[in-house]
Write a protein that binds this ligand. Structure first.
Ligand code: TYM
Length: 334
């Protein structure tokens, strides 16, 4: 059976892009006949400064988000990265396989490090190596992500290939990136050329998964658009990033293709389309935020779910790490 792995950073502001590009896809995969492992990547989060109490809160909130969105902690394995030490242990081996130049070429590193890259943490540079370890410590075959993670997944294949080649083994699989659905890259509601992101200073740029019905409606009503009517085919959206973004969001929320949506709404003005989007978004998203808030009242239950998930995960990761150590020539305890 295919083994699916993916992760989300607990760095606050879980948003509609995370939901449509990743979380909603995770739920689809869980309900197929596969083994699925989903991870709060807290060790990735601390590659940039996180206040400790905010990090704890964000990790629990993210876990609540997974469950509220439909991840069943019995069907899937739901884990916190730092509780499964084999991730970080394999990452060290990969740090010795991957080349510095590979890491320095990553666009996410360049964006996050900014102008003064010498002052970025060493962890931020090594980030993709830990990500490769997250995936390969399970020998995962399928990794559902949004489009912005494509380059990291290519690097994961490069690391697996070089490891297998250097040690003359066929041990780590070449993982398939799964980038699918109508909303693999959700854009800011204020600027159609920018990705919707956790770190955008403008809260109006994104719909947070903790937003209530009123906040969701307000942000959609205020979302930037253009003055034209909607086209009846997807190619009519090519030069209209804001319009395209709202149609993509509608399609993904309603589990339709963009062409199906446009067959219905083509010719309508935004004054008519936006209220439809508000109704749909509130119907799909508000129950998730309500359920998240309810789950957050029982943080000890969340902690138990993560502890239990880690135990199940380690039954997979410990033998794979042991085999890796053996391949590399590290003597395991007898
Ligand atoms: P992160 O935490 O930035 O984002 C989590 C997931 O959400 C997707 N995403 C989006 N999709 C569509 N539109 C957007 N605007 C948008 N913003 C974010 C991301 O593509 C991602 O799928 N490095 C990863 C976390 C990670 C991981 C892994 C993923 C660590 N280890 C192993 C897969 C496998 C990250 O920072 O995602």
């Amino acid at each position: 059976t295919p083994r699916v792995f993916s992760g989300i950073q607990p760095s606050g502001n879980l948003h509609l892009g995370n939901y449509l590009g990743a979380l909603k896809r995770f739920v689809d995969w869980q309900d197929r006949d596969v083994e699925s492992i989903y991870c709060m990547v807290d060790l990735h989060a601390i590659t940039v400064w996180q206040d400790p109490s905010n990090l704890r809160q964000a990790t629990r909130e993210l876990c609540a988000g997974f469950i509220a969105a439909g991840i069943d902690p019995e069907k899937s394995i739901l884990i916190n990265q730092s509780q499964v030490p084999e991730h970080a242990q394999l990452a060290w081996i990969f740090n010795c396989v991957a080349r510095m130049g590979w890491m320095q070429r990553m666009t996410q590193f360049k964006d996050k490090a900014g102008k003064n890259a010498q002052n970025a943490s060493l962890g931020l540079l090594a980030y993709p190596s830990l990500m490769a370890a997250d995936i390969l410590i399970y020998h995962a075959t399928h990794v559902p992500v949004g489009e912005d993670q494509k380059q990291h997944l290519e690097l994961t294949r490069d690391i697996a290939t070089k490891f297998n080649h250097d040690y003359g083994v066929d041990f780590f699989p070449l993982t398939e990136p799964v980038i699918e659905g109508a909303a693999t890259r959700v854009m800011s509601l204020r600027d159609g050329s920018k990705k919707m992101s956790k770190s955008d200073a403008s809260d109006a740029s994104r719909i947070n998964m903790t937003d209530d019905a009123e906040a969701i409606a307000k942000k959609i009503r205020k979302a930037k658009t253009d003055p034209d009517a909607l086209p009846s085919e997807a190619k009519g959206l090519e030069e209209r990033p804001e319009a395209r973004n709202l149609v993509n969001i509608y399609a993904a929320l309603n589990e339709q293709s963009v062409d199906q949506v446009l067959a219905d709404v083509g010719g309508k003005q935004f004054s008519e389309f936006k209220p439809m989007l508000v109704d749909l978004a509130v119907a799909k998203l508000a129950p998730i935020s309500t359920e998240m808030a309810r789950l957050m009242q029982h943080p000890d239950e969340i902690d138990k779910i993560l502890t239990r998930g880690s135990e199940r995960a380690r039954a997979i990761t410990a033998p794979i790490l042991r085999q890796t150590y053996d391949i590399v020539g590290l003597i395991p305890p007898v």
